[in-house]
Design a protein around this ligand. Structure first.
Ligand code: ZN
Length: 205
């Protein structure tokens, strides 16, 4: 009788153990499948003109280090440029606005003011700041979410500039649709797709 009881106990314990292991495996599998949202990553084009002269954004200060690409919680991880494309906005998070993007350059954008790293451009009687987004003049794109393959022109001058031509210029050297199918430089490649091991790690932890 005593022997039978301990045998039952052993069997019960065994099935509980199998249940726990199986449950944990199932839980991990479900998380593996569902708990891996595809990372946000798309591109837009932009250009800034002062009296019809295009800003080149030369200097490494304007471009994100590739190591920071995965840090989407940091402002510059969420949106940035990568060398050598001075017209491609990389968006790595939801709800990134044009204001966020200009902040990542160390600039500030307002409805009638543009602050660069060394100057302030204000709308005056002689000159105006004009924003041209997807072939339409807009008041200020500051709090507008950057859309996939958007084209933004920020033009400061006496109003004689051909905005449509400047929008065509903004797509050079690299159009956003080309950037969308290209791999990002170095470490940013990792953000294109989560690797199998990263997915597994996300599922287990
Ligand atoms: Zn990118």
């Amino acid at each position: 009788m005593k022997e039978l009881t301990s045998k039952i106990n052993r069997n019960t314990m065994l099935s509980v153990l199998v249940g726990i292991i199986f449950g944990a495996m199932l839980f991990t599998l479900i998380r593996f499948i569902f708990n891996n949202p595809a990372p946000v990553h798309y591109h837009a084009n932009f250009a800034v003109f002062f009296d019809e002269k295009r800003e080149e954004f030369s200097g490494p200060g304007y471009f994100e280090e590739v190591q920071a690409c995965s840090a989407t919680e940091s402002p510059r991880g969420r949106t940035h440029m990568h060398q050598p494309d001075n017209n491609v906005v990389h968006v790595h998070d939801k709800n990134v606005t044009w204001g966020h993007f200009f902040e990542s350059l160390g600039w500030a954008l307002g409805p009638d003011t543009l602050v660069t790293t060394n100057s302030v451009y204000k709308t005056t009687d002689q000159k105006a700041l004009t924003f041209y987004l997807n072939n339409k003049e807009v008041a200020s794109p500051f709090d507008q979410v950057v859309g996939n393959e958007d084209v933004l022109v920020v033009s400061y001058g006496d109003g004689s500039a051909d905005l449509k031509k400047q929008a065509d210029e903004a797509k050079k050297p690299t159009p956003a649709d080309t950037a969308n199918v290209q791999k990002d430089p170095a470490a940013c490649r990792g953000s294109e797709e989560l690797s199998f091991s990263t997915r597994l790690k996300n599922a287990v932890w």
